[in-house]
Design a protein around this ligand. Structure first.
Ligand code: NAD
Length: 462
């Protein structure tokens, strides 16, 4: 596949400072499809310098003009939606229809929402005898993962640009090609030089250099809790704000009055989408003991059907990690009712959609983020026990509640320690705040709450 052999810095593709490259591998057939440069601290330094130089001009650009550039970016992405979908399918392995609908469709919608918000957001408010100015935080270091590679880029870059910030992006090493494509779209959209900069590279080298750079005013990170903790500590030591979108272990709570078949089928689809690589996936299904076996049978059948449509996981390390969890679940005494740790094909990083029954809340498969197509079904005796299980992990990113009527579901959702809850299968809303309670993160992305992360306040008294 087509790849740039340089970094996008200061409005142009520049040669990388070092010679090393990173291979990009197609997870379906394990073939190397491209190489991108492995960024060094020198590349990061050049990118931060360009972002800092561009900051005063972009911060002073009227919001309506910033909105025009973001609308042009949305249009540039929309014009390339087939190329985006094909690129994500090649480097992440997700089936093409999912890449078209979600990996290409969602970031276009999010970019569009920020084009509108940049134009309409109140960057000034009155409180008594004060005028409060909402000003850009400055230079943003954005570090993104591979699971929704373009969405996670747009969910950081679009609000940062809307706020008047400038950005240096370090995308995941597994999915750098769609990030290069995004940089091309930014260029086509006429965003001024230096406002957006891209450095590809390894996390512990380029990512860490960006997170530690004195010229970065805010780090926005999505990825593992382990790296998030480290980035939070670095930011804390430098007294800088940080936004962390980390892992999850969300509960899908099916109350006795719910439509069981619908709740189970939607629940299985939610976990299997994107090969289980969704931080907000409802990987624990909680079912009343009276309907438990019925739910297990429905879930096993649904997962078996999903097997024909699922893509691989991103790389060999993730495949081995997910398989390790499946083996651990068996060793801990859970019952495999669909899938298992076996290999479905002799090539590619595939995992068969797997469903565990007889899962106890203290098992590793019920506590830790697996990040693969693996669902655990847990029984509960009453609502209090369901709530204790739902809230009984270190995470609090998402969740779902199903009940015969919405009020009953909402009453349960109010007691959940989590950042978002879907009621009776409510649709994903790309403008609603997205982020976690507890160790699932700090801060919110998307919509006006996401824009607020990139602003700081100044009060003028009259
Ligand atoms: P990761 O946290 O290592 O990588 C995410 C991003 O951080 C990448 O761009 C990476 O290059 C960068 N990075 C890695 N080490 C860094 C460091 N020391 N300093 C700065 N940046 C660094 O995640 P991973 O290894 O790709 O995935 C491991 C696990 O993380 C997954 O199994 C899953 O549980 C979790 N994960 C969560 C999400 C999410 O959306 N919340 C996304 C991807 C992965």
């Amino acid at each position: 596949m087509k790849a740039h052999d340089g970094m996008y810095i200061g409005g142009a593709w520049r040669p990388a400072a070092g010679q090393d490259t990173i291979p990009v591998v197609n997870p379906v057939d394990e073939q190397v499809i491209a190489h991108v440069p492995a960024g060094t601290p020198e590349d990061v330094d050049a990118a931060v310098g360009a972002a800092r130089a561009a900051l005063p001009g972009w911060a002073a650009t009227p919001p309506a003009e910033r909105a025009e550039r973001i609308a042009a970016l949305r249009d540039a992405l929309a014009a390339r939606k087939d190329e985006i979908a094909g690129t994500v399918t090649a480097e992440l392995g997700s089936p093409l229809p999912f890449s078209q609908a979600v990996h290409a469709g969602l970031p276009i919608a999010v970019a569009g929402s920020y084009a509108e918000l940049a134009a309409s957001y109140a960057f000034e408010e009155k409180i008594g005898n004060s005028t409060v100015l909402l000003e850009p935080v400055g230079v943003v270091g954005a570090i993104t993962p591979w699971n929704y590679p373009l969405h996670q880029i747009v969910a950081k870059v679009a609000p940062a640009l809307a706020a008047g910030c400038t950005v240096v992006l370090k995308p995941a090493e597994d999915t750098p090609l769609v990030a290069q494509l995004f940089a091309e779209a930014v260029h086509e959209a006429g965003v001024p030089a230096g406002v957006f900069n891209l450095v590809t590279g390894l996390g512990p080298v380029a990512g860490q250099a960006l997170a530690e750079h004195a010229g970065v005013d805010l780090v926005s990170f999505t990825g593992s809790t382990a790296v998030g903790r480290q980035i939070g500590a670095t930011a804390g030591a430098a007294v800088k704000p940080v936004a962390l979108e980390l892992g999850g272990k969300s509960a899908n709570v099916i109350l006795p009055s719910a439509d069981l078949a619908k709740a189970v089928n939607v629940g299985v689809a939610n976990v299997m989408a994107n090969s289980g690589q969704t931080c907000s996936a409802w990987t624990r299904m909680l079912v009343h003991a009276d309907r438990y076996e019925e739910a297990v049978e429905l879930a096993a059948a649904a997962a078996a059907k999903y097997g024909e449509r699922i893509g691989p996981v991103v790389n060999a390390k993730q495949r081995d990690r997910v398989r390790g969890y499946i083996e651990k679940g068996v060793a801990e005494g859970a019952r495999v009712v669909a899938g298992g740790a076996g290999t479905p094909y002799d090539k590619g990083y595939f995992i068969t959609p797997t469903v565990f029954a007889d899962v106890r809340a203290d098992m590793a498969i019920a506590q830790e983020e697996i990040f693969g197509p693996v669902l655990s079904i847990l029984p509960y005796a009453d609502e209090d026990e369901a709530l204790a299980i739902a809230n009984g992990t270190v995470y609090g990113l998402a969740g779902a509640v199903w009940a015969g009527d919405e009020e009953e579901a909402v009453a349960f959702a109010r007691r959940m320690d989590t950042g978002q809850v879907d009621i009776n299968g409510g649709r994903f809303n790309p403008q609603a705040p997205f982020g976690g309670y507890k160790q699932s993160g700090v801060g919110r992305e998307l919509g006006p709450h996401g824009l607020g992360e990139y602003l700081q306040t100044k009060s003028l008294q009259f």
